[in-house]
Design a protein around this ligand. Structure first.
Ligand code: 13P
Ligand code: SF4
Length: 302
């Protein structure tokens, strides 16, 4: 990316000066993913690696809930996000008050919150999960019924793999909900032999047509392992761009939807961030203490 090289060079120099580590989600653009990230991965890997870092500063190239999770696990460190308005339709679909009402309606049922939630919602939850460990987390609780929020489609996908009764919420990812089962039929007709990988935030009719369903890291792992001749990743656009770089022999069919929140993160903003050392992520101490418990309980399970 020759046009981006000055920003990439400046960011890599600033990283060293600040003793900063850059964590980047799989949906970041290739310049960020391949040019400046120290760690790339799905939400689970980013949370885990944030808890292991010995850098003074953590730069989260992802959306706000990911930066909050990093701050929860590193209360003493400076956690920066290049654009504090990088939100998530799932995180904004539910409030802490909603969780308290759900608890009243389903007494005794533990609350499992997807990490795509605010720190306030995590603080009302018993444990967090990601798409990479959701089934294991639900089963780890040893209960007949759990409240699983906020992603209705992820909840359905989990319910299909466990005997635990799942009470869900009507949150959706604005990126994945736009895919439909008929899109997959059309792709299979147009691209014989196509292997279809889908993220579990997709609607059930999409998942019913997929050859494999998993987190962004699990989808990348599938391509590394199976080396399909032709593949489609039914998810955000940058995912295929990033994985394709390491697989020149795999044909990536690329209908995809952009996440406008992930795309708020750009190299010029990251450069400015490291020059100014803001915006920083701060969380109210009382909220943080309770939210941290939910994230740490997740990391202790898987
Ligand atoms: P992963 O944890 O699978 O990376 O998903 C995060 C996300 O925001 C998907 O839309
Ligand atoms: Fe949220 Fe969907 Fe964007 Fe992921 S892709 S950050 S779930 S809106």
């Amino acid at each position: 990316w020759p046009v981006l090289a000055p920003d990439i060079d400046a960011i890599n120099r600033l990283k060293r000066e600040r003793n900063a580590v850059v964590l980047a989600h799989n949906y970041q653009t290739p310049g960020i993913y391949h040019g400046i990230a120290d760690v790339v991965g799905d939400s689970l890997a980013l949370a885990r690696r944030a808890s292991e870092s010995d850098a003074d500063v953590i730069v989260m190239c992802g959306v706000h809930f990911m930066a909050e999770t990093a701050k929860l696990l590193n209360p003493g460190k400076t956690v920066l996000i290049p654009d504090a308005d990088a939100g998530c339709s799932l995180a904004s679909s539910i409030t802490a008050a909603d969780v308290r009402l759900l608890r009243e309606r389903y007494p005794g049922a533990p609350v499992v919150s997807y990490v795509n939630t605010s720190a306030e919602v995590k603080a009302e939850s018993d444990i967090c999960c990601t798409s990479g460990n959701a089934v294991e987390i639900v089963e780890s609780l040893g209960c007949d019924r759990v409240i699983f929020l906020p992603d209705e489609y992820l909840a359905k996908w989990v319910a299909g793999q466990t005997d635990v009764e799942i009470v869900s919420w009507a949150g959706h990812c604005e990126v994945h909900e736009r895919f439909a089962g008929r899109d997959i039929h059309e792709l299979r007709d147009s691209y014989p032999g196509l292997v279809v990988l889908a993220h579990p935030e997709c609607p059930p009719d999409v998942l019913a047509e997929a050859d494999f369903t998993g987190s962004t890291a699990a989808m990348a792992g599938y391509v590394d392992r199976e080396k399909p001749r032709r593949v489609v990743m039914v998810t955000e656009c940058s995912m295929s761009d990033n994985v394709a770089a390491a697989h020149p022999d795999v044909e990536f069919v690329r209908p995809c939807n952009l996440c406008p929140h992930m795309k708020r993160i750009t190299l010029p903003k990251i450069r400015r961030l490291l020059e100014r050392m803001e915006p920083r992520v701060e969380i109210d101490a009382g909220v943080a203490e309770r939210a941290r418990g939910a994230v740490e309980r997740m990391l202790a399970v898987k």
